[in-house]
Design a protein around this ligand. Sequence first.
Ligand code: AMP
Length: 111
Amino acid sequence: MGSIFQKIIDREIPATIVYEDDEALAFKDINAAAPLHVLVIPKRPIVSLGAMSADDAQLVGHCLFVCKQVADAAGFSDFRVVTNSGEGAGQSVFHLHFHVLAGRPLKWPPG
Ligand code: AMP
């Protein structure tokens, strides 16, 4: 059974899609933590960054480039990209995703 993000890729559930190409999809987070909060995912399902293999490196790099394009398109030069890998790190959806956050002061470390 696919994750909720697979259902978004397959258009089985709605999402506000802001970018799409053959390899990646970007859509607004349903529970925005910042004025810009977009999730960038590879269409090919990878469980997490911790589960990626060397074969996934090009695709993951592409997703990071999409993160930059999403920030650019929204007009933000300063932004944060986060991925939670594993339950203990806060991962709740087990299809690799990068959070792109911007539009408010972002403290470091995130806690
Ligand atoms: P994480 O906790 O890092 O796995 O992040 C999962 C993110 O997915 C959370 O920020 C959720 O708000 C978001 N999310 C869960 N379901 C949906 C959905 N149907 N559409 C958009 N974002 C979602």
